[in-house]
Design a protein around this ligand. Structure first.
Ligand SMILES: [Zn+2]
Length: 141
Protein backbone atom coordinates (compact mmCIF):
# COMPACT_ATOMS: atom_id res chain seq x y z
CA UNK A 1 0.00 0.00 0.00
CA UNK A 2 1.11 3.51 -0.69
CA UNK A 3 -0.65 6.68 0.27
CA UNK A 4 0.11 10.13 -1.14
CA UNK A 5 -0.75 13.55 0.16
CA UNK A 6 -0.14 16.73 -1.76
CA UNK A 7 0.20 20.34 -0.79
CA UNK A 8 0.05 23.50 -2.86
CA UNK A 9 2.47 26.36 -2.32
CA UNK A 10 2.55 29.60 -4.29
CA UNK A 11 5.34 32.06 -4.81
CA UNK A 12 6.17 35.00 -7.05
CA UNK A 13 9.55 35.23 -8.71
CA UNK A 14 11.27 36.82 -11.64
CA UNK A 15 13.47 34.97 -14.07
CA UNK A 16 14.52 34.75 -17.65
CA UNK A 17 15.59 31.76 -19.72
CA UNK A 18 19.15 32.52 -20.79
CA UNK A 19 19.60 32.21 -24.57
CA UNK A 20 15.92 31.37 -25.10
CA UNK A 21 14.89 31.56 -28.75
CA UNK A 22 11.83 33.66 -28.04
CA UNK A 23 10.20 35.93 -25.52
CA UNK A 24 11.35 33.98 -22.44
CA UNK A 25 14.81 35.53 -22.88
CA UNK A 26 13.28 38.73 -21.49
CA UNK A 27 13.15 39.46 -17.79
CA UNK A 28 9.67 38.55 -16.56
CA UNK A 29 7.98 36.87 -13.65
CA UNK A 30 5.49 34.18 -12.72
CA UNK A 31 3.04 33.45 -9.98
CA UNK A 32 4.43 29.97 -9.58
CA UNK A 33 2.32 27.20 -8.09
CA UNK A 34 4.17 24.25 -6.64
CA UNK A 35 2.39 20.99 -5.86
CA UNK A 36 4.37 18.82 -3.46
CA UNK A 37 3.67 15.09 -3.37
CA UNK A 38 4.65 13.09 -0.28
CA UNK A 39 4.06 9.43 0.26
CA UNK A 40 4.33 6.70 2.82
CA UNK A 41 3.52 3.02 3.17
CA UNK A 42 2.11 3.48 6.65
CA UNK A 43 -0.01 6.26 8.09
CA UNK A 44 1.03 7.89 11.35
CA UNK A 45 -0.79 7.32 14.65
CA UNK A 46 -3.41 9.91 13.73
CA UNK A 47 -4.00 8.49 10.26
CA UNK A 48 -1.95 10.88 8.11
CA UNK A 49 0.87 10.65 5.60
CA UNK A 50 2.23 13.81 7.22
CA UNK A 51 0.47 16.84 8.61
CA UNK A 52 -0.12 19.29 5.77
CA UNK A 53 1.25 22.08 7.96
CA UNK A 54 4.64 20.34 8.16
CA UNK A 55 5.00 20.55 4.38
CA UNK A 56 4.11 24.23 4.54
CA UNK A 57 6.42 24.91 7.45
CA UNK A 58 9.44 23.10 6.05
CA UNK A 59 9.19 23.61 2.31
CA UNK A 60 7.00 26.72 2.28
CA UNK A 61 9.35 28.53 4.64
CA UNK A 62 12.33 27.71 2.45
CA UNK A 63 10.44 28.92 -0.62
CA UNK A 64 9.44 32.15 1.15
CA UNK A 65 12.98 32.89 2.21
CA UNK A 66 14.76 31.94 -1.00
CA UNK A 67 12.41 32.18 -3.99
CA UNK A 68 9.46 34.40 -3.13
CA UNK A 69 9.66 37.95 -4.48
CA UNK A 70 13.15 37.59 -5.79
CA UNK A 71 14.86 36.80 -9.07
CA UNK A 72 16.01 33.31 -9.97
CA UNK A 73 19.01 33.56 -12.25
CA UNK A 74 21.38 31.15 -13.99
CA UNK A 75 24.94 31.46 -12.65
CA UNK A 76 26.29 31.75 -16.21
CA UNK A 77 23.74 34.34 -17.34
CA UNK A 78 25.35 37.61 -18.44
CA UNK A 79 23.00 39.61 -16.17
CA UNK A 80 23.94 37.94 -12.85
CA UNK A 81 26.04 40.83 -11.57
CA UNK A 82 23.44 43.41 -12.57
CA UNK A 83 20.68 41.45 -10.85
CA UNK A 84 22.75 41.07 -7.68
CA UNK A 85 23.40 44.82 -7.71
CA UNK A 86 19.85 46.06 -8.31
CA UNK A 87 17.68 43.51 -6.53
CA UNK A 88 16.96 44.43 -2.92
CA UNK A 89 16.34 40.82 -1.94
CA UNK A 90 19.22 38.48 -2.65
CA UNK A 91 18.60 36.80 -6.01
CA UNK A 92 18.65 33.03 -6.13
CA UNK A 93 21.57 31.90 -8.29
CA UNK A 94 20.90 28.53 -9.89
CA UNK A 95 23.52 26.18 -11.36
CA UNK A 96 21.28 25.69 -14.38
CA UNK A 97 19.03 27.82 -16.56
CA UNK A 98 15.90 28.65 -14.50
CA UNK A 99 13.34 26.83 -16.58
CA UNK A 100 10.43 25.32 -14.66
CA UNK A 101 12.07 21.93 -15.22
CA UNK A 102 15.40 22.94 -13.69
CA UNK A 103 13.80 24.79 -10.78
CA UNK A 104 11.65 21.74 -9.96
CA UNK A 105 14.59 19.32 -10.25
CA UNK A 106 16.70 21.53 -7.98
CA UNK A 107 13.95 21.53 -5.37
CA UNK A 108 13.27 17.80 -5.62
CA UNK A 109 16.86 16.56 -5.50
CA UNK A 110 18.82 19.21 -3.61
CA UNK A 111 16.57 21.36 -1.44
CA UNK A 112 13.70 19.20 -0.21
CA UNK A 113 15.51 15.99 0.91
CA UNK A 114 17.45 17.67 3.74
CA UNK A 115 14.38 19.69 4.76
CA UNK A 116 12.36 16.49 5.10
CA UNK A 117 15.13 14.31 6.56
CA UNK A 118 13.75 14.22 10.10
CA UNK A 119 10.20 13.36 9.03
CA UNK A 120 10.81 9.94 7.50
CA UNK A 121 8.57 11.01 4.61
CA UNK A 122 9.70 11.11 0.99
CA UNK A 123 8.68 13.91 -1.31
CA UNK A 124 8.79 11.94 -4.54
CA UNK A 125 7.14 14.24 -7.05
CA UNK A 126 6.67 17.92 -7.76
CA UNK A 127 4.52 19.78 -10.21
CA UNK A 128 5.55 23.35 -10.91
CA UNK A 129 3.16 25.62 -12.76
CA UNK A 130 4.46 28.79 -14.40
CA UNK A 131 0.95 29.64 -15.56
CA UNK A 132 -2.41 27.91 -15.31
CA UNK A 133 -1.69 26.33 -18.67
CA UNK A 134 1.99 25.43 -18.40
CA UNK A 135 3.52 23.08 -15.85
CA UNK A 136 6.26 20.51 -15.45
CA UNK A 137 6.28 17.36 -13.41
CA UNK A 138 9.45 15.82 -11.98
CA UNK A 139 9.77 12.59 -10.00
CA UNK A 140 12.55 10.80 -8.18
CA UNK A 141 14.08 8.23 -10.51
ZN1 LIG B 1 9.09 32.43 -17.52
Amino acid sequence: MEITCKRRIQFCAGHRVFEHEGKCKNIHGHNYVLWIYARTKELDALGRVIDFSVLKEKIGTWIDENFDHTFIVYKNDTIVEDIVRINKKKPYILDSNPTAENIALHLLYEIIPPLMADTGITVYKLELFETENCAVEVSLA
